[in-house]
Each structure stands twice: as C-alpha cells, then as structure tokens.
Design a protein around this ligand. Sequence first.
Ligand code: NAP
Length: 247
Amino acid sequence: MSLEKKVAIVTGASRGIGRAIALEFARQGCDIVFNYNKSVDAAEALAKELEALGRKTSFYQVDAADFTAVQAMVKDVKAKFGKIDILVNNAGITNDKLIVRMKEEDWDSVIDTNLKGAFNFCRAVSAIMLKQEDGRILNISSISGVVGMAGQVNYSASKAGLIGLTKALAKELGSRNVTVNALAPGIIETDMTGVLAEEYRQKLLEQIPVKRFGKVEEVSKVAAFLVSDDALYITGQVLQIDGGLAM
Ligand code: NAP
C-alpha cells in the first residue's frame, strides 16, 4: 500500500470526487481527515466506511471559505494526528450563468469556495509541511480553468486561479520536499454534472474523443499516484483527466 501510515486532509469529501479520493487513499493505507459543508448524513456514512477499512478518521463541518474555521480545523488535526502528509483541495461548487445574468453573490460564492477555500487550507498546512520537510498538496482544478467555458466565468476564473496558486506554491515549497500539483478533470459523473441538461450532455459527449464521461475512480486513482512517493519528482504540474476533451 503506497500511502501506508500517511495522514491526509481531503476537503469536501462527503460526496463525489472527494469521497472517492478519501476511500482510495484509505484503501492504500492512509488515515483520513475530511471536511464538508452541508451533507451531514453522507459525511457520517463516509466516516463509517473509512473506519471499516481499518483507518483512523476525523471529520469536520467546516466551510472551506471560512479562513478562521479552517485554521482551527488544521490546528486540531495536527494536535490529534501529529502530522499532515497530504492535502487535497477538492471542495468546490458551480453557479453557472451567462455574465449578463451573474449576480455579485454568484461570483463571490464560487471564488470564495473554490479559490479562497484552497488558499485557506494551503495557508494552514504549509508551515507544518515545511517544518516536516515533507508534504504533498493536490488541487482539484478543472478543464474549465484551462480552456474557459461559456456560462462559467466565475468557475473558470476560480479554477484558473487554482492553477496559478499551484505553480507559485510549488516554487515556494519545493526546496523542502513539498510537492504541489493540480488535476484538471473534464466531465466526471457526480451530482455536480448530474444537473446538466440532457441536450448539453449530448453535445459534450460528441466533443469527447473517448465518447463517455469519466468515473470518480478514474480521478481518485491518479490522485493517489500524485501524492505517493512514486511521484516525488513531479511538482507544479496540471494533469488533465478528460478523455481528450480539452486538447
Ligand atoms: P459534488 O459532487 O457537488 O461534491 C462537492 C463536494 O464539495 C461535496 O462533498 C460538498 O460538501 C463539498 N463542498 C462544497 N462546498 C463546500 C464548502 N464551502 N466547504 C466544504 N465543502 C464543500 O462535486 P464533484 O463533482 O465531486 O466535484 C469535486 C471537485 O472536483 C470540485 O472542486 C469540482 O469543481 C471539481 N471538478 C469536478 C468535475 C466534474 O465533472 N464533476 C470536473 C472538474 C472539476 P456538502 O455536500 O457537505 O456541501
């Protein structure tokens, strides 16, 4: 098991890609701490599954966008687990609209959750990882941040921002054995993409060379590789997992 005895924080793990990442890391021997925003029952169910895999787990109802609450959560994790080896910034939302209809709060909520949320966690774990002289940070961006998507100026900006954060932080932390990478998934089957109109889904499918949407496991297994010691010489990179959609 390549993540044996590691401790990971996975943000927004109650559902979707974050949940799959938490379970995959746990299968590979990692203890898991996660936060979520609203889905209490789903969070409790995940904690039970992680414990059934024989892992230590702890979970927090903490809004990723809340700077003070995130700092307190990470402090508590360090006190309980003694170290933090891995951080996956996965918590994210969409609020799609054309710009002419986008309200200020539509912009703010997406930037605050997706981009400031990642900053909040990176800010909290960086000092710990620098001191440990060891750490892995993985940010879940999107192809929307690579190529831009109409109807998503808020989301595309947040995900492009995450790519800039990834590269800058990789340069800051690299000399102390801390790697920082990003994944840019295409269309993955989760609640987030389940709400897309059928007509739009068909249009997207036509543009995907492999002619299907991705599965959460196709993201979580790559995530596990990127935070493992097999990927120690990879930092500042953005890896697309999109069936060829954004070439
Ligand atoms: P999802 O099924 O909607 O799940 C989102 C998760 O994030 C939930 O567990 C949710 O928790 C949590 N979350 C949302 N806001 C939060 C907040 N303020 N604080 C803490 N947790 C919060 O979405 P997904 O498809 O798995 O997406 C996961 C990540 O992958 C996101 O960053 C998304 O942008 C990115 N992504 C997804 C796709 C895709 O096709 N699905 C493609 C590219 C990138 P609650 O349920 O408790 O609110």
